[in-house]
Design a protein around this ligand. Sequence first.
Ligand code: ADP
Ligand code: SF4
Length: 686
Amino acid sequence: MQNSPFSALFEPIQIGPVRAKNRFYQTPHCNGMGALRPDAHARMRGIKAEGGWGVVNTANCSVHPSSDLLPEVLQTLWDDGDIPVLAKMVEAVHEHDALAGVQLAYSTYYNGNRFTREVPLGPMSRPVSGYQPVQVRGMDKEDIRNLLGWWAAASKRAMKAGFDIINVDSNFSTIAFQFLSPRNQRTDEYGGSLLNRTRLLRELIEVTRDATQGQCAISVRLIIDELCGANGLRAHEEGIEAIGMLAELPDLWDLVVGTWADDSPSSRFAAENDHEPFMIGIKSVTTKPVVGVGRFTSPDTMAGLLRRGVLDMVGAARPSIADPFLPNKIREGRYEDIRECIGCNICVSSHFAMTNLRCTQNPTMGEEWRRGWHPEYIAAKRSNDAVLVVGAGPAGLECARALGQRGYNVTLAERGTQLGGRVTREGEQLPGLREWLRVRDWRITQLHKMQNVGIYMDSNLCVQDILEFGAAHVVLATGSTWRADGVGRAADRPIPHDNTVKILTPDQIMDGELPADGPVLVYDDDHYYMGSVIAEKLAKAGHSVTLATPAAEISAFTANTLELSRVTRRLDEAGVHMLTHSVLGKISGERALLVHVHTAKAHEIHVATIVMVTARLPNEQLYYDLKEEAKGNIDGGIKSVGRIGDCLAPAAIFQAVYTGHKYAREFEESEEHVAMKRERIQLQEV
Ligand code: ADP
Ligand code: SF4
């Protein structure tokens, strides 16, 4: 490693009383497992440590029942009963010589304490987020003393659980930050001047130090800039000054920019290392290690930040999810093996879905414990049978790759002249999705290393071709096709139309078909990204575009990927006219009839073209035909016919990768071997 350009990333670093073996810091991140699924959580964090991360943190860990985030699945240290759950994670992390950190948090304004029904507390009396009819109570001095006591008790429990680092969370929804923000309008010694507003954060750091008596390092996770102008904290005004005031008090600074949506923007809206401008100058006000994030996947970027003295450790949540072994791969010089995060934020959506973390690039994420999947290892083949995978989209590529890794003799046949299926089409033809091509590129790189996998393009296989090929097992990954008839969530039957208007589908747009002269309606009953990227593409090409959707928001699912505001803003900037609550009822003449979902009032708009973004049909005919043929062809050698990806059931790309991987994992394995474990609630005595 010594002669490597990246050796600085592997230098140990002192963090207060503890020493991290390298500069890879897995920042706290939500995971949908947390306290409810502690075995799954511990295993996932342990694998990060195994993959080389020097520090591995929990997600938000509440210190008291009056900071209750349920139903969101996070951590708690409310009493000693919570200690074993976290001790399990610490053990898994320590097994691989990494440091374990806990993100202690007291949340405000964000939660309504829905589970505990405790009255939420905050700097001032104000409503909580999410339109819940609940307000927080403005804290008096006694409340502040209580909070410091709860914090100290939780710190002691964290120490008992074995944590090396205790993080004082001053993130957007937390009490420490809401006191620090200029939006705190208190008039006592906890409000007003910056010195007053940093008082609570200072006291929280001090009680943590007192409680742990120098045995644990103390880090502070702080928002450096709220990105809301004069209404909030600004890095180069009060942000850096606040760090300067507390400069040497913690042992490490872990810095965040804005809300979660700002801190973890998708690749559609921000490139790698977008936070660097906010980090400039931090190291001049503190001698303590500084950590920052920026969806780092390039070793050059990471090493450059250290070399230029911007950061001391590279922080990562998403890159560590997409590739838990990223540090080890850099150390071993296996750069092309890094499974780079594509910045889609599907991982974030699993937090909002309150279920195990999932990732487009890494299908094993969240499955480490319950299915026993490891991101790097897979069981060896059970036979010498050959497998033919038909279709090289994300599902086919992943299935062929994982079967190849198992040692099977695999043939991947693709009708087109390019690999990647929808990932290639979408990444190359639609605006903002280029980084998604990494789903294809990583898999192609891996496949090309395998002597036991053959790839054939320009091979549009029919039943006869497949039978003649003679593989024992056939897996169909033939994808799906967008519907043109409008059937989707809002319409059970085709939307009536008299053929005056040109109807296009996303497939046709990606194939380069152009709308007719005149206004275009993009009708989005799909609700993820497709409607908005097509509207953006057409508006930028000079068309007059209206985007209509039955939902209350444009691209409603993107609320779960933290993209909703940016999607709406970008469409507005592109000149797209947006209509919500609008169901497409009928198309006649050059008029589209839109009906309001609540009032049923209808209005017509003039259109020349409608792009239907509603639903897809699986390309499954080949599967059924082959199944039929295979029945009478047992002697011909076909032992099984399977299907994966959109051909099995159309869904987002992460699901195509997952079903491809699952097929390969479970191929020729016994039912018992592939059974999914569940964590069960232990009944308490009444
Ligand atoms: P998924 O998301 O499930 O991987 P895609 O639509 O991305 O699905 O990819 C399906 C791929 O299958 C496409 O690249 C398509 O060209 C290919 N394909 C479809 N039918 C055939 C066939 N009969 N023979 C070979 N390739 C096919
Ligand atoms: Fe990256 Fe997407 Fe995986 Fe999240 S889900 S880690 S954004 S590839």
